[in-house]
Design a protein around this ligand. Structure first.
Ligand SMILES: *Cc1c(COP(=O)(O)O)cnc(C)c1O
Length: 240
């Protein structure tokens, strides 16, 4: 069994080193533990190591684990998998964040279906930064209008952008996609300006186990780490 405390110490040290060498404050980078395919018991173990933010890709699996872990009431759940229309209600009701919003219809449904007893749902717009057929996400050209429309929806807060870049063989190759994301977020901040109180655009969610250092160097504010915290996944490998 992979020991989460040792793995977490290693990831934290990598983040610290990467932040240092980029001249950034490590406190500006949030760690999301990606717990898809991991059991509720493993998530509890991770919680006991101090982790509080968990990312899930598969709705049914996530809801079952949330029920088992209901006593851990300060967990912040992030939905990071593809969102079809028939999933929006459960995402709106059971998550604090939806990072994989890729079209207006989904954003509208999430806003409509967010319970009034909860604060607005935090969302990121997923960008298909390498224009891959197999991946969801909006294109950079559609992004400004999409973001503008999301910013006017009442029950969501537009926190920023998320991407899963194509696999690259070298950090240099990976850097291109991350840099385009950083630029895209800065451009959105300028174009939306201060007119939208529910669009702080303070989040750039990028960087996974293999490329967190490059992501930190390119300005990420949120890394999503699965394998390097929990060990390799043993079933239902990434569907996208
Ligand atoms: C699985 C997944 C991750 C984590 O990937 P690792 O390589 O295991 O760290 C991050 N983000 C998304 C959207 C994922 O689906």
């Amino acid at each position: 069994m992979h020991k989460i405390d040792e793995k977490l110490a290693n990831v934290t040290a990598r983040l610290q080193r990467a932040a240092d060498s980029a001249g950034r404050d490590e406190a500006d980078i949030t760690l999301i533990a990606v717990s898809k395919t991991q059991s509720a018991a493993r998530i509890r173990e991770a919680y006991e190591c101090g982790l509080r933010r968990f990312g899930e890709n598969y709705l049914q699996e996530a809801l079952e684990k949330q029920t088992e872990l209901a006593d851990l009431s300060d967990i912040e759940w992030h939905f990071i998998g593809p969102i079809q229309s028939n999933k929006t209600r459960a995402v709106a009701e059971h998550f604090a964040w939806a990072q994989s919003v890729d079209r207006l219809k989904i954003a509208q449904r999430l806003s409509d279906q967010r319970p009034s007893s909860l604060p607005p749902l935090n969302i990121c717009l997923q960008v298909n930064i390498d224009n891959e057929q197999s991946k969801s996400g909006t294109s950079l050209s559609e992004l400004p209008e999409f973001a503008r429309q999301c910013a006017s929806l009442p029950n969501i807060t537009l926190r920023g952008l998320m991407a899963i870049p194509a696999k690259a063989d070298t950090p240099e190759a990976q850097r291109g996609a991350f840099t385009r994301m950083h630029t895209a977020l800065n451009e959105l901040k300028q174009s939306l300006g201060g007119d939208h109180p529910n669009a702080p655009l303070d989040t750039l969610s990028m960087g996974m186990s293999a490329d967190l250092e490059t992501a930190v160097d390119c300005g990420t504010t949120m890394v999503r780490i699965g394998t390097d915290l929990f060990g390799p996944r043993t079933y239902k490998e990434d569907t996208q």
